[in-house]
Design a protein around this ligand. Structure first.
Ligand SMILES: [Zn+2]
Length: 279
């Protein structure tokens, strides 16, 4: 039986590699879809997924009630504000964690978040931001938003189709949809592949989906969006040197400025930022 692409549902797929999970003693088939050129892993065992997320939720060090503006989210807000060209009246952040991004908008803005983790949703709530603690596709929203964002969420989804359908329907006309995903369509993945080193983003079953640019662009164009900005970065929310104060600070600074140079249009690094406008 043919394996269906979890991203576009085509059956024109083939296994291209075996990948060892960093989380469990298990190898996964990495599939390539010839139709949409995306890649994916299959994990049908929901118990393994819930075990994994319980394991990951143990790390609560980042949960801190005290909120501070930070350069990463300030930079994102700046990009979005420039692209939106007007006063942003409402923002929905899907996978909002502790609400940090939303907190960068003032209280005159409607700020709402979606977060599966109970602990993180509670922190967001205590910060005065409305939060839905459920799967996006299960929530009944009463409005649309000027900005809808999903930073580092799409790669985790068990059902990308239902999620994407709901996500794009929540964007107001002339509004923006912001997506950050890991991309294999970059030099970094290709070089690691040549060196036979496993790309750290291939981390099943935590990361299940690797969308091609073609799929995202085609899908969103069909749904009335146009791509207005795209760039690549080596990091973003996750700084690999965070544990080492000085190195972490230097790395963060370098990447912060790198992100703002024209070099970021070249697919060197593996974090892909896309900004789509709804017509
Ligand atoms: Zn596909």
């Amino acid at each position: 039986m043919k394996t269906q692409c979890r991203i576009c549902q085509s059956e024109d797929t083939l296994v291209i590699k075996q990948i060892q999970s960093p989380h469990f003693n298990k190898t996964f088939d990495l599939y390539n879809c010839r139709q949409c050129t995306s890649r994916f892993f299959i994990e049908k065992d929901k118990k393994i997924l819930s075990e994994l997320y319980e394991k990951l939720a143990v790390n609560t060090a980042y949960i801190n009630l005290e909120f501070k503006l930070n350069p990463y989210w300030s930079h994102q807000k700046e990009i979005i504000t420039k692209l939106y060209r007007g006063r942003i009246k409402s923002v929905l952040d899907v996978g909002c964690r502790t609400g940090d991004f939303l907190m960068h908008f003032d209280t005159n803005t409607i700020r709402e978040g979606v977060e599966l983790s109970k602990q993180q949703a509670e922190v967001t709530n205590k910060r005065g931001v409305k939060v839905y603690q459920d799967f996006l596709e299960n929530i009944e929203f009463s409005r649309t938003y000027d900005v809808v964002s999903a930073y580092a969420i799409l790669e985790h989804l068990v059902d990308p189709e239902a999620f994407l359908k709901k996500l794009n329907s929540l964007v107001e006309k002339k509004g923006l949809l912001v997506i950050l995903i890991p991309t294999f369509q970059c030099f970094k993945e290709k070089i690691l592949n040549i060196l036979n080193v496993q790309w750290h983003m291939y981390s099943p079953p935590e990361h299940l989906n690797f969308y091609s640019k073609k799929f995202l662009d085609d899908y969103l164009t069909k749904n009335g969006f146009v791509l207005v900005k795209r760039y690549y970065s080596s990091g973003g929310i996750f700084n690999p040197f965070k544990k080492f104060p000085l190195l972490g600070k230097v790395f963060g600074k370098i990447m912060f400025y790198y992100d703002q140079t024209p070099a970021n249009k070249v697919p060197i690094f593996d974090h892909l930022y896309c900004y789509y406008k709804k017509l």
